[in-house]
Design a protein around this ligand. Sequence first.
Ligand code: CO8
Length: 291
Amino acid sequence: MLRLSALNPLTRSAPTAQVATALLRFNSTMNAPAYTMIKTEVQGRVAVITLDRPKALNALCSELFYEINDALSRYDNDTNVGAVVLTGSERAFAAGADIKEMKNAEFVNNYKTNFLGHWVEQISKMRKPIIAAVNGYALGGGCELAMMCDIIYAGEKAVFGQPEINLGTIPGAGGTQRLTHAVGKSKAMEMILTGSVNLDAQEAMAYGLVSKVFPPEKLLEETIKTAAKIASKGAVSVQMAKEAVNQAYELGLTSGLHFERRLFQATFATKDQKEGMAAFAEKRKPDFVHE
Ligand code: CO8
């Protein structure tokens, strides 16, 4: 079996033809490759990706992101999966980008290789919903990774923060943008400029950064329940709804409403709209076929 850890991290964005063929074979059979930094499992129509680099508090290194992206890509293309849950350990969702890995990086190479850009392309183009289940630290890139997800649920001991300023740098994967949208300018500035004002789970909920808080040991179970509920709906309308909500960040109101109305009209071309409305009229549960 091909082990992803056998690949040279420096060539991760451009696998050799032999490696690419091997990966494609895994993709087409949907067998999980031998990941070393994440664990994956599928429960019903929900795929769960667990970051599993405990000694470094799930610090986000090239290898870890390569594996996350590989798993996300496979689940986005798997018709048996309707939603994805991304989680870490009780101590840390992720304590940020791997400082030790990037400390000697240089601007010219960062620029030429689009450093970190290729890490986040897959997650931002996911068509299926992703829910982050955040226990413990979600700092720097960890907070940004959670914010790339569509919904965030938190355990009671979760800590959200953007400490990059303490390292002489700034957030590089959405912290200045998504956090500002989520918590407003004053709080985002306070968090990002001081690097030490963090949000606990209750504060994060009060600001709207997370939508539910659970005891740590219940978090994953409750997150999977919500993911399963989403995955039981018609997959086409779920994806259209996600696309439309995300346009609220990109478009003005008139264009956003236009975009939404076109997608709403388009749902009437799906079997699931016919089934959903017929089931309501017949007082029964819909049986969606995701078409
Ligand atoms: N990178 C590398 N190693 C880390 C990181 C990290 N971000 N965080 C923790 N570790 C390692 C520690 O070095 C330590 O390793 P070792 O045992 O070998 O010394 C191990 O994890 C355990 O950590 P601590 O002993 O420090 O545990 P504590 O409980 O004392 O403290 C903290 C936990 C508060 C989380 C502390 O580890 C800490 O402050 N970590 C750094 C947090 C940080 O600054 N994060 C921001 C990083 S920069 C960044 O994320 C830029 C974003 C770019 C975009 C990313 C794309 C998604």
